[in-house]
Structure formats: C-alpha cells, structure tokens
Design a protein around this ligand. Sequence first.
Ligand SMILES: Cc1cc2nc3c(=O)[nH]c(=O)nc-3n(C[C@H](O)[C@H](O)[C@H](O)COP(=O)(O)O)c2cc1C
Length: 194
Amino acid sequence: MWVVGLVGSPRKGMNTDTLVSQALSGARAQGAEVEKIYLSDLSIRPCQGCGKRPPGGYCMFRDGMEEIYRVLEGADALVIGTPAYYGTVSAQLKLMIDRCNCLSEMVPQADGRMTFRTRIAKRKRALFIWVADSSRDPACALQVMRLWGKDANVELVDTLIVTGADRGTPARKRPELLQRAYELGAKLVAGLQG
Ligand SMILES: Cc1cc2nc3c(=O)[nH]c(=O)nc-3n(C[C@H](O)[C@H](O)[C@H](O)COP(=O)(O)O)c2cc1C
C-alpha cells in the first residue's frame, strides 16, 4: 500500500505539516509505504483553461504536476492537508486542483445527455485535514475537495477539522489532536485492508 501526503501549507514543520506527518505515521504503522510531498516545492503553473489534451498526457504543461499525476494514478490513499486561507484551501493546493480539470472527459449517457467521467482508473481513499485559526466552517473547502475528488477519483473518507491553530495552542503541542491524526491515518489504511 502506498499512501501519499500532500502538504498545502508553505510552512514546513508547522500545523498542517505536523498533522499530515502524524497521519502518515499512523498509516505506516499499519504497513503502508508512505511519502510526503510539499506542494510548495513543486513548480505548478496555473491552469489556463485551454481544454487541450496532448496524446498520452493530461495537460499541455510539463511541470511539477507530472509528480502529482503519478501519485493520482498509483497511490492507494492520500492524506491531504491545507491551512484555511480565506475560508477555503491554500493557493498551493488550489493550483494543483485546477490542473486536474482535464483528468475527466465528457461521455454520453444512455439518454443522450453528456456527463463527466474520470480518466484516472484507480480509486483512492483520502483523509482531508483543514487547519484554521479563527474560521469554524470548512464547508467551502470541503465543496472544493469533493468536486476535485470526482475528477481525480478520490473519495474523502475522513476529515480532520482543526481550529485555533495559530492564536491557540499549535498542533504539535496538542496531544489529543496528534493522536486523532495518527488514528485517522491508521484507519485510512485499515479501510484498504477491508
Ligand atoms: C493568506 C492567509 C489566509 C488565511 N485565511 C484564514 C482564514 O480564512 N481563516 C482562518 O481561520 N485562518 C486563516 N489563516 C490562518 C491560517 O489558516 C492558520 O495560521 C494555519 O494554522 C496555518 O497553517 P500552517 O501552520 O500549517 O501554515 C490565513 C493565513 C494566511 C497566511
């Protein structure tokens, strides 16, 4: 089992990174091979909405998304963490999400209407971690993630919603929160084992 953590915060070692690491530790304890990717380290160009799909590829651009497409095709599960930025996900994560628009294609239904279908064969389970300071409502972020999940063939099976991350106690000093992230990571893999 291959579990990949995607960190949407540019701040290494801070709240989001800490909780993604904890979840990955839980997954590793269940026997998974884990990997962590900092989206900030990847050079990802913003989607241009060109609608052009090169043969054998998902996007006209060749950049840091190649690594993400590899993950989306091969991983068994994902741990996706993002800080709340203006009530939703970080720009780092949103860049990645927008570049998944061409992962789906239009196909006709039996009644003639058109529908979208993902081109990513592998279904993946995901834990979504949203780390806010004063915001309390993750609805906007969750809507973005669920829409993306359809194109990327990702099912959000669990969410960890964190508040008071900056002005309150940081994640690394909240043992119950660390434990919860660890357990959710373990559960992600246990779900794969049936
Ligand atoms: C550009 C920006 C926008 C932010 N917007 C929000 C917000 O809408 N709601 C909120 O609770 N916190 C907001 N924050 C605070 C972060 O979500 C919070 O500090 C979080 O802990 C950062 O995660 P990190 O420690 O993993 O980087 C914002 C921070 C930045 C830099």
